[in-house]
Structures are given as structure tokens and as C-alpha cells.
Design a protein around this ligand. Structure first.
Ligand code: NAP
Ligand code: HSE
Length: 437
């Protein structure tokens, strides 16, 4: 029995989905049962990378959702609205939804999951995190027996592509960003990538699944790579580290009923031997640490048409398979444990002042006797232990650049030391302050 697909969006991901549906040979036989019946776009005259009959295209996405020939709605248009309303409209009509839209799921996932549970339809989101990497279904199902201690990862392909090329070739940030846009990795507004918002959306989704309850997206401390200085990438390299945009969700001790979490996104120095340090280019990797499983790492292409469409079509196939198994009726009595069980715990983010990290600090100072000693005293008085302190050559006469790496310290203590250092007359500027693993 053929299953009608309504596609909302025919950009990078939508065109990738259409290309798979148009070439079923050699794929799972169910792909041949999927028929693209309607496609919503903004501009009917825009050139497309896939050839589709003109009558399939429409500029009215609601009509695509409402079309009786559409059994499954695939939302790959992006943005918050009208994407959220269209997803809810499909659910209200009893139509299952597949979406790659992490911005919507990170903010409205609870509302959407509740609506889906009421209507008894699936909303599958594998493509929303990690592009072609299966991570949503493993977190929902395969790792369900674990107490998750930490989920950390490189989950933005654009910024990893930029950082990798800056480190390997000394390429200029703006040139590499333009390449990432041309390759279809970046969001419509690449500020979401380079300022860390896209990674924050994704870690909110992963943390919600890993820890059993929605995570307040807007409360996630987020720092991108747009303020990163190429000099810190070079110094990190000399000190045995690589710089990556890392997203982390870590369990903190607390009451059973409520899960306290340290969730954050920021550029991070990783020791070159760390499993995430060798993840380069558009690749993403997510390291899940759980009890009793230990460490499990998921790795692969994190953005782009093909990898993302691979995840979208896998979700469509899941729904199509269930429709077939239930005699074509639909999608009542969801088997999806997330929908069936809902969230089972409250998650709350802790204040960053109580979290502990290693830090990298670059200071511009005068080059004279006693400066390093004075900086060391500020750290010592705040109870911050230093792992290494190095002076680098600078071009400016009479100036020095001092890089400090601390041991793991409480953020409040580190901030206290930083305030004292900034007040030293020989310290001209705190030029960079990054986290270190
Ligand atoms: P894109 O290339 O900008 O494509 C968006 C598509 O949606 C375009 O075809 C556009 O029409 C259409 N569209 C947008 N607003 C519309 C509206 N109001 N009515 C009708 N059509 C509308 O975006 P993308 O890169 O494919 O990303 C799509 C979604 O997938 C986003 O949520 C993104 O975060 C997510 N995602 C992307 C990737 C990736 O690697 N690109 C990976 C994972 C997830 P026109 O073509 O006529 O402009
Ligand atoms: N812009 C996103 C990225 C797309 O670069 O990772 C994949 O979600």
C-alpha cells in the first residue's frame, strides 16, 4: 500500500529527502512504497536540485498538511513559525510528523509531544541532532536502562568544519563560513551556528531524552566561536590541545525526584588524545557516559543534504513500517516509549557558579619581573590551582602574553581570581577565557 508524503520545504534537506524517495532501488523495499504527493516551498521559481512535477509544488504549506493524499508530514522548512503551527496542525489531523527542526523541538518539544500523545501519532526527530548519526533513538531506547552521567559532543557541523579548517590550514574564519554555507551545512541564519544557539538547541533535546524531562532551553549558558581568536587555536595546538565547540549536559548530585544538570555550550580545549579531539570537518560525535554501559560514542556526518535526509527517511520508514504492521490504520497506540511514557522527572539547571571546570586564560600584560608571580598570587588566594603558566612571544614592545591553564576548580573561585587579576596594573586585558577538558 503506497504511503503519501507531504514535504514542507525543498531546500538542502528537503531536496535530499526527495532524491532518496525518487531512487528506491537497492534501498529498503518500504522506500518504494513512499510517494511524494505534495511539497511546500516559498518560491515556486527558485531553481531546484531535484526534478519534480510542477503540480506537486505549492506555496501553501497548510494545504500540503491538509491534503487527504498526505499520510505523513515531513517538516524540513526550518524556523519557529509557521513550522510549529504546521506540526501541531498535522498532529491534530491525526497525521504523524517527521521533523529535522531542532529549534522548534528544543522550545516546543513538550507541547508537541503532549499533542502527539493526545492524538496517538508519532513525531520523530532523528535528523534534529547529529545529522546522519543515529542518536535520538539510541538515547530513547537502546540506552534506556542506564543512569546517564554525561552527554557531551560536537553537535554543530558548521562550526566544526570552520574550526577544523582554521586549525589545519590557518584559513580565515569568514572564508570558511562562506564555504560551509555553500555546502548546505549552515542554518538559514548562520548566527545560530557560530553563536552556539544551534548546539544549545541540540543539547537541550539530548539532555531532555537522557535525563527524562524537558530542559529549559533559554537557561543554557551558550558561547559560540564568533569571538574566538585564531591565536588561541594556535596556542592550544602548541600546548597539546585542539579547540572544539563542545555541548555538555552533566548530571549533578541532588534529590532523586529532580535532576540537577550542568548544561552548556562553549569553545573548549580538548587534549589531543581525547576521543572527541579527532572529530574534524563536518563530522559530529556524541559521547554518552552511563551506568552501567560506560562510554559509548556516536560519530558521523553532522550536517548536509545526504546525511540529514538519511535520518529523515529512516524516521519515515519507521512510521511506514508501523502503519503496515497495523494494517494501514494508522498510528494509534504509539510504540514510541517517549510518547508512551512522557517525561518522568523534572530537570533543573544549576547556577554556573557551583559548577567546576578546567580553564584556559590568555592575558595581555607588561613584560617585567613579578607579573607572573602576582597572577599566581591572585589564583592562590582564590583557591585556584594552576596546572601550567606559559609566556608567549608578542609583537608589542614591553608587552607579554601569558597563558594559564588551571586544574578543575569551582567556577565561583575562578571568577574571584579573574576579578583580582583584572585589577592588577600590569594586566592590560583578559584576552581570552575558555574551558578546558
Ligand atoms: P533551507 O535550505 O533553507 O530550506 C528551507 C526550505 O523550506 C526551502 O525550500 C524554503 O522554500 C522552504 N520554506 C521556508 N519557509 C517556508 C514557508 N513559510 N512556506 C513554504 N516553504 C518554506 O533549510 P535546510 O538546510 O534544508 O534546513 C531545513 C531544516 O532542517 C531546518 O530546521 C534545519 O535546522 C534542519 N536541519 C538542517 C540540516 C542541514 O545540514 N542543512 C541538518 C539537520 C537539520 P524555498 O526553497 O522556496 O526558499
Ligand atoms: N547547521 C547545522 C550544523 C545543521 O551545522 O550542524 C545540522 O543540524
Amino acid at each position: 500500500m503506497t504511503i503519501g508524503i507531504g514535504l514542507l520545504g525543498l531546500g538542502t534537506v528537503g531536496a535530499g529527502v526527495a532524491a532518496i524517495l525518487a531512487t528506491p532501488a537497492g534501498r529498503h523495499p518500504l522506500v518504494g512504497e513512499l510517494e511524494l504527493r505534495r511539497v511546500a516551498v516559498r518560491d515556486l521559481n527558485r531553481p531546484r536540485t531535484v526534478a519534480l512535477a510542477a503540480e506537486l509544488l505549492s506555496t501553501d504549506p497548510e494545504a500540503v498538511v491538509d491534503d487527504p493524499a498526505v499520510d505523513i508530514v515531513v517538516e524540513v522548512m526550518g524556523g519557529l513559525e509557521p513550522a510549529r503551527s504546521l506540526i501541531l496542525r498535522a498532529i491534530a489531523a491525526g497525521k504523524p510528523v517527521v521533523t529535522a527542526n531542532k529549534a522548534v523541538i528544543a522550545r516546543y518539544g513538550e507541547e508537541i509531544a503532549a499533542a502527539a500523545a493526545r492524538s496517538g501519532v508519532y513525531v520523530l526527530i532523528e535528523a534534529a541532532v547529529g545529522g546522519g548519526i543515529p542518536i535520538i533513538e539510541p538515547l530513547k531506547q537502546s540506552l534506556g536502562a542506564n543512569r546517564i552521567q554525561r552527554v557531551s559532543g560536537i553537535i554543530n557541523g558548521t562550526t566544526n568544519y570552520i574550526l577544523s579548517r582554521m586549525a589545519a590550514e590557518g584559513a580565515a574564519y569568514s572564508d570558511v563560513l562562506a564555504d560551509a554555507q555553500r555546502l548546505g551545512y549552515a542554518e538559514a541564519d548562520p548566527a545560530a551556528d557560530v553563536q552556539g544557539g544551534d548546539a544549545a538547541d541540540k543539547i537541550a533535546i539530548l539532555a531532555g531524552l537522557a535525563y527524562g524531562g524537558p530542559v529549559p532551553r533559554e537557561a543554557i549558558p551558550t558561547e559560540g566561536i564568533d569571538q574566538l581568536d585564531a591565536r588561541d587555536i594556535a596556542y592550544a595546538e602548541q600546548l597539546g590541545y585542539v579547540v572544539k565547540l563542545l555541548a555538555v549536559a552533566q548530571a549533578m548530585p541532588g534529590e532523586q525526584a529532580e535532576q540537577l544538570l550542568d548544561v552548556r555550550v562553549h569553545p573548549t580545549l580538548l587534549p589531543k588524545a581525547h576521543p572527541l579531539a579527532g572529530v574534524n570537518g563536518v563530522n559530529n560525535a556524541i559521547l554518552v557516559e552511563g551506568d552501567p554501559v560506560g562510554q559509548v560514542m556516536f560519530y558521523g556526518p553532522g550536517a548536509g543534504a545526504g546525511p540529514t535526509a538519511s535520518a529523515v527517511v529512516a524516521d519515515i520508514l519507521n512510521i511506514a513500517g508501523i502503519r503496515q504492521a497495523t494494517g494501514g490504520g494508522g498510528t494509534q497506540a504509539p510504540l514510541d516509549p517517549l510518547l508512551a511514557a512522557g517525561s518522568w522527572r523534572d530537570c533543573r539547571l544549576v547556577e554556573s557558579a557551583v559548577t567546576s571546570h578546567r580553564n584556559y586564560l590568555r592575558l595581555r600584560t607588561s613584560d617585567r619581573a613579578g607579573v607572573i608571580g602576582a597572577i599566581g598570587t591572585c589564583f592562590g588566594e582564590a583557591g585556584v590551582s594552576i596546572q601550567s603558566i606559559v609566556q608567549f612571544e608578542t609583537q608589542s614592545a614591553g608587552g607579554a602574553e601569558i597563558v594559564v591553564i588551571t586544574h578543575e576548580v569551582c567556577e565561583a573561585n575562578f571568577r574571584q581570581a579573574l576579578a583580582a587579576i583584572e585589577a592588577l596594573t600590569d594586566v592590560q586585558a583578559v584576552a581570552a577565557c575558555l574551558r578546558t577538558l
